[in-house]
Design a protein around this ligand. Structure first.
Ligand SMILES: *Cc1c(COP(=O)(O)O)cnc(C)c1O
Length: 431
């Protein structure tokens, strides 16, 4: 099986975290997001203990909550003792209302509005990850108005060539995020930040991309960032306390993808980072990482009910489900590949080639193309695996479809974490 929380029971049905998925679909209705709370916690612990072991107290994972944001996930992150990063006023408001320790919240974004900045200060967040000069000036102005000193990190683009590592797409010189070292703009914003009366520059941040399976892109980025920290020390005498290496570790979506041992990867990356710091004669900074996908993706599946099975003779077979791009836009957006299983006949022969289509008025509303599954019939349950990241958080109400609920399961309990939207919910702001 793709991940250890999946199985097949004596009734030939797919199980998830020990639960019969057909029964879950019956009990809660479809489409349905199911999340494995135990696996989320286990992943938090793997990152937390690996970072602490290698870099000492203060080093921790920050959950990149854009992967899956709701009140409950912040409660889990709080209980696991990790930090969080947010990228919008809405995520910030949710984490605040969940009772999360705000000093462990980091606020990202390449274009925070003045009211985003105000909300961050109102909520007394730990750090702003400042992207640009305008933000720096506005944040300093608002902090001065309040007579406080706000801690910040600066988002830096290490200038890693995405062609060397094709998964790496947000840390290149021409990225919309942060300031590039190569152009001199990173050094410029560091000096600007150091001159701000109401800001404390505590460290640097970089995020090089997503769905990265190897360690090299991370160690390459760390190498560049640590040399930059050394250069800052030489030019200004100021030494950074924190280096945040961002998120991006990969997840196994299909059998062909490699299994990743996050703890071992962190060990490998740590060894390199320590030698970089030593070679450059700088003190070892506190290392932060921001896993999103790798904490929650494999901890989620989506269950659908199959409607029509349409065979266009000589062309294609379409299997239609009662969800689609509104609850999982990732295939429509970037042809992301998923594993799909007919959950009520999980062990049967998978020899039916088909395209899984949603029910929106869009030809691009697909979940998978040319996949091999057991030949389905109406009312079968279809499971799409590894949907815990960037599905619920990217969902929309396109075609005025209500969003599915999120049910959390663990060894000893199951409960609704996010309720299913009703038609009245859809109309709640219509005047
Ligand atoms: C998206 C993002 C992450 C998380 O990336 P994953 O690939 O989900 O681990 C972390 N940090 C920043 C700044 C991001 O934009």
């Amino acid at each position: 099986m793709l991940h250890e929380n999946l199985g097949i029971n004596s009734q030939n049905r797919l199980t998830f975290c020990g639960y019969d998925t057909v029964e879950l679909a019956k009990e809660y209705g479809t489409p349905l997001y199911v999340m494995d709370e135990d696996m989320i916690r286990q992943n938090c612990r793997i990152y937390k203990s690996a970072l602490e072991k290698n870099f000492g107290k203060g080093s921790m994972p920050l959950y990149a909550s854009k992967a899956f944001s709701c009140k409950r996930i912040y409660e889990i992150a709080k209980e696991e003792g990790i930090g969080c990063d947010v990228v919008s006023g809405g995520e910030l408001y949710t984490v605040y209302k969940s009772g999360f320790p705000m000093e462990k919240v980091f606020f990202h974004g390449n274009n925070k509005t003045d009211s985003d900045i105000k909300l961050g200060l109102d909520c007394k967040i730990g750090y702003f990850v400042v992207d640009n000069k305008e933000e720096l000036v506005e944040l300093n102005r608002q902090a001065a108005e309040r007579n406080i000193n706000q801690k910040i990190l600066l988002r830096i683009s290490p200038g890693i060539d995405p062609h060397t590592h094709k998964a790496v797409v947000t840390g290149s010189v021409d990225s919309k995020f942060g300031s590039a070292i190569e152009t001199g703009q990173a050094m410029e914003i560091v000096k600007d930040a150091l001159s701000m009366s109401n800001l404390t520059l505590d460290g640097l941040h970089c995020h090089i991309g997503s769905q990265i399976f190897e360690c090299e892109p991370f160690t390459d980025a760390a190498d560049i960032m640590i040399r930059f920290i050394k250069q800052i020390k030489d030019e200004t005498g100021y030494e950074m306390n924190v280096l945040n290496l961002g998120g991006g570790m990969g997840v196994r979506y299909i059998e062909e993808d490699a299994k990743i041992d996050y703890g071992k990867n962190i060990d490998k990356i740590a060894e390199k980072i320590k030698s970089f710091a030593e070679n450059n004669g700088i003190k070892m900074p506190i290392i932060l990482m921001e896993p999103g996908r790798s904490l929650v993706a494999a901890a989620g599946i989506t269950l659908y009910t199959i409607g029509s099975v349409k065979e266009i003779t000589g062309f294609k077979n379409y299997v239609s489900i009662d969800g689609g791009m509104p609850d999982n836009p990732r295939y429509a957006l970037y042809q992301s590949i998923y594993s799909v299983v007919v959950a009520n006949r999980a062990n049967d022969k998978k020899d039916y080639v088909c395209t899984i289509a949603g029910r929106c008025c869009e030809s691009g509303d697909l979940i998978a193309e040319n996949v091999k599954i057991t030949k389905p019939v109406k009312n079968d349950t279809l499971a799409v695996l590894c949907t815990g990241a960037y599905n619920y958080s990217m969902s929309s109400n396109y075609n005025r479809l209500p969003k599915p609920p999120v049910v959390m399961v663990s060894k000893d309990k199951k409960y609704v974490a996010v309720a299913r939207e009703s038609y009245d919910d859809l109309m709640r702001n219509d005047l």
